[in-house]
Write a protein that binds this ligand. Sequence first.
Ligand code: MLT
Length: 249
Amino acid sequence: MSLDVEAHGPPDAPAVVLLHGFPLDGAMWRHQVAALRGSHLVLVPELPGASRTMDQMADAVAQALHARGIARADVVGFSMGGYVALAFAARHPERIRRLVFVDTRAEADSPEGRAKRMTLRGDVEREGPPPAVRAMLPGMLTPATWARSRDLVEEVRAMMLRQPTPQVLAMVDAMADRPDRTGMLAHIVAPTLVVVGEEDHVTPPDAARAMQQRIAGARLAVVAGAAHLTPMEQPGALNALLAEFLGEP
Ligand code: MLT
């Protein structure tokens, strides 16, 4: 499965892969790209590409690394991108240097969650991205950001609206069918950082804490003033965490 991957920074620098969430694209990482491109080769895949499952997306990322002659990379996954990072950790552990999970969870959808996704799927099939915007945009940002940073709200809305309907549907299907990965967390040996917005109600701090506690030696960072979309809502805080964690020898 091929994947479009944007590359920024020196080709011979340590590679970091940034995996975006739903229903978004690689532009959600613009602050992290700006911060990391001086020290890293930053690779930003556009998910899902031709993939239809988390495992296929993980394999496509591995293929993209292989095609560039990159043996190992830091892998940073936000929400759905975290589900891909978990699949990558399960299938390609030898390719991981460090892992960062941002506002994500290891559990599969609950039956109720899956049913809600299937309703959303039907709505998106009929109307395109707007139902996904209605479902996802409110929880992405804190009430304070909604009140004070309309530009950011509109930037995220526009990103959601520009996603092609077939890609949105493929992301919904892959998320609905993803397996529970809690059991494999104990097998992760890469140094791992788990980050969550203090006000994230989509993948809440409890889910992040549960992940951190199952991964040997993992650290947890709770970011104040962030709901779900921490990379865009508190880019300075996340960039500082990444600079410290990815910069460690
Ligand atoms: C995301 O931000 O990628 C989604 O919230 C993930 C999900 O719906 O499970």
